[in-house]
Design a protein around this ligand. Sequence first.
Ligand SMILES: [Zn+2]
Length: 385
Amino acid sequence: MEFRINPTMEQKILIWKTFGCNRFVWNHLLDERISYEKKNKGKLLNTTPSHLKKENSFLCEVYSLALCNTQLNLNRSCKLLFPEGKAPKFRAKGKNKRSYTTNRINNNIEMIHIREKENYIKLPKLGRVRIILHRSIPDEWRMKHATVKETASGKFFISLTFDVDIEPIETRKKFDRIEAFDYSMPSLVVSASGENDITKDDIRWYRNLEERIAKEQRRLSRMKYGSANYWQQKHRIGKLHEKAANRRKDFLHKLSRKVSDSFDAVIVEDINLQHMSRTLNFGKAVYDNGYGRLRNMLLYKLNEQGKVLVKVDRFFPSSKRCSVCQEVNHNLKLSDREWTCGNCGTHHDRDRNATKNLLDEGKDILNRWASGDSSLILTPSGVFL
Ligand SMILES: [Zn+2]
């Protein structure tokens, strides 16, 4: 859960110092790990930041657990990347993520309620920081850790992670209303019902905002780095990015809410969007329409209600198969928006046909699962494997 915080100037300075110390620790430990790994063939060095503290007393000014978390994150990245012959990136000043995480130990992080609209969060080293509680936190939730971050527009937020006991909801076995979403390039996302398509018009505002961002970015590039104007412009751009991200998130939240409330199951394609954008060179468009995000939002909104998201294998020939006679048209090209089945003569709109196939395939999987097919397993995330 994320909340806005309003630190005082003094607190901001300490937060910035912590970001800086984290960057310092990250870069120094990374440097040590890379040279150690080279000398010792694949062995991972696991030093703590304490030896750095001896030589650099400024590290003692900030909360030590924040530095520990940086070390842990670094270890995780090294473990993943070293075996592939890669290494985590060094962090540059001002560029990389501006955040740090602290763990909750012995009430070192606490919520302090003064009155209706005046609340504080007690944080290690920082003391009481004003927090905007836009929603309440149930008493039985146990806080685990807190991440303080600064956005590109200069706002401060804290995201809190809790341990929560959630009662399991039983998954239904009867699916009356089923929706399917097909990922399609020019028309973005096509729905089986035809009522939940995402068209270019739906995201026009996003494109417009993007153009504005590009314009402001060009303006920034002509400014003197570090000048007052420069930072002002940088914040302006940060605000636009946030606006775009928020509107997009909002749009997808509304759509996924509407769909998960009115359908019992949703079928989607299990495609790797990152892979797709690279191979087909669709680039940004793939990320823009948010098919992947929509899937994630649908997943948890359906799960809350005991409903199911079904991912259909991406090698399933949804576009090339005739939804009437099942004949596969191997000659169908990506540019063919309409086609006629050589076997039964049905004329198809490419996307509608694909969505219909996806829906049929998904219904089949759901029926098999509901009737006890043991080769289908429902994972906790609601996906069949
Ligand atoms: Zn046919």
